[in-house]
Design a protein around this ligand. Sequence first.
Ligand code: ADP
Ligand code: NA
Length: 329
Amino acid sequence: MSRVFSGIQPTGEPHIGNYFGAMRNYVRLGEQYGKQSLYCVVDLHAITNPAASDPRYLAARTFDMAVANFAVGLDPSQVTFFVQSHVPEHQELAWIFTCLTPVGELERMTQYKDKTAQLESVPAGLLMYPALMAADILLYKAGVVPVGEDQTQHIELTREIARKFNHHFGETFPEPQAVYNKEALRIPGVDGHGKMSKSKGETSTLGILEPLDSVWQKLRVAPTDPARVRRTDPGNPDVCLIFDYHKLFSDLPTIELVNVECRRAGIGCVDCKKKLMEGVTAHLTPIQERAEELRADPSYVRDALAQGAQEARAIAAPVMEEVREKVGF
Ligand code: ADP
Ligand code: NA
């Protein structure tokens, strides 16, 4: 049986893009693959982001990311859940992959271009990021990688690295496949500026553990169809991010009602947002309650991460042994 691997960065509060795009598939695949599904809080990736590498916050964010994943239904006794830096083999394999990967290919990655566009000084780690990501996945010989659509290019590069390694050193790694949630390929940010992302900060995100009054404050001022100026103007749900969110949070009758009434100005944007907020509240309340319980029991979370690191290392160590031998170390 093949393995599942996915990583999530402790760069900020986990948001509904992470949740619908990736974390829900972690839970689903976790039920199917059990301990052969590995989920990793990728703190080595997080420190490529200068704003997220403050040591005062990194440990707390890593802890919170574990809490969030357990709160949405990942059971650490059923899957393998761990922290990247606890398994040093990730870095060892990453170096070998870095040596196999042309700089030009790394410079072509759209995420690299996006993340560096605003930076005066670019950390080399941002360029190497996809080689480390390939190591994360291939260290476990994973064949299945649940991710959002923004990771497509990185998974393709991972496949290329696997092919290249196999070609140079002999058949070793599978070529992994991305698995998407088709309903949530790329959830837009609540500020209306592209993809929702932790690294863009809290104006972009609706956190799954964010207090609901704060979620409402962001929804209340979120942009809708820009062509709908007055309450009496008909709107177009197809260009409205609130409608995108309805498709994630609301039941079918509500989605249908909003779709019809918006187009004939039967419902205003504020009422539409209030309806959305009902679905958001119903969805997030039990998750937030579970997170509170977990926060009250930090030793449970820490023990689970320590156990997870042991389980991950038990898989990683023999793979790394095989790699060292093949490379000639
Ligand atoms: P972020 O971009 O918010 O920092 P990560 O890089 O930690 O998030 O990604 C964690 C997972 O969440 C990845 O599988 C990523 O593809 C997915 N993801 C992130 N943002 C979105 C989004 N807006 N829509 C769908 N999936 C997303
Ligand atoms: Na990302």
